[in-house]
Design a protein around this ligand. Structure first.
Ligand code: UDP
Length: 195
């Protein structure tokens, strides 16, 4: 794979379709654990002053360019990033993969009512997706009950909507405990799904 460095963050330079078909879908099929950061300028900026957060971002398997701001920053370094991959679009594409293959999904984050509505939206629109569990995003970061539940449920896809920096921090802190699963911070996406 080809990578582009922006402020010490290594972005994978790949089109969304290829990222899905040649990297993510095979990893899901092989039960390979994957941590994706969909990095927008807010995320990159935070890594410049928040070392713990930078460590979390750098620990990911793939950081993708979410936002034209990243493409512009790359251009200023005379690097061309092929495509912006919006986190929300990747989430929807992964739900389509989940619908095709009957994947197990866990929804972590947002307010309880939003989380519930997002899960109902998925049940209606992606009927073959199996929502194995869900939890709202207002819990103590030191409470390990949610991670324990996810470990036991073994979902294929875990979408974490805790906002920046909590979502990447939570994934980084807990990833070691999981045997499998694709983990991705999705920001305000549950609010969008909930409509
Ligand atoms: N959120 C959460 N727990 C928190 C903080 C935020 O579950 O402690 C949720 C919030 O309800 C929203 C999502 O995280 O659904 C994204 O929040 P925000 O829009 O602030 O983040 P951004 O999309 O800008 O990263």
């Amino acid at each position: 794979n080809e990578y582009v460095d922006i402020s010490g963050i290594s972005f994978i330079n790949i089109e969304k379709t290829q990222f899905l078909n040649s990297i993510l879908i095979p990893r899901i099929k092989n039960d390979e654990k994957t941590f994706i950061v969909t990095a927008n300028p807010e995320i990159v900026n935070r890594t410049t002053y928040d070392d713990a957060y930078k460590e979390a971002v750098i620990s990911s398997d793939y950081t993708i360019a979410d936002g034209v701001g990243i493409l512009i920053a790359a251009k200023m370094n005379k690097k061309l990033i092929k495509e912006r991959i919006a986190g929300y679009d990747l989430l929807v594409d992964l739900l389509n993969v989940g619908n095709k293959d009957g994947l197990k999904v866990y929804l972590l984050g947002a307010e309880e009512s939003v989380n519930k509505k997002a899960s109902e939206h998925i049940i209606v629109n992606f009927p073959n997706v199996e929502i194995v569990g869900r939890h709202h995003g207002y819990f103590d970061m030191n409470d390990d009950r949610i991670a324990k539940e996810i470990r036991e449920l073994e979902p294929d896809l875990v979408f974490v909507a805790l906002g920046v920096p909590r979502q990447e921090t939570w994934i980084h802190q807990n990833l070691d405990q999981f045997e499998k699963g694709l983990f991705m911070g999705v920001g305000g996406s549950f609010d969008v799904l909930a409509g």
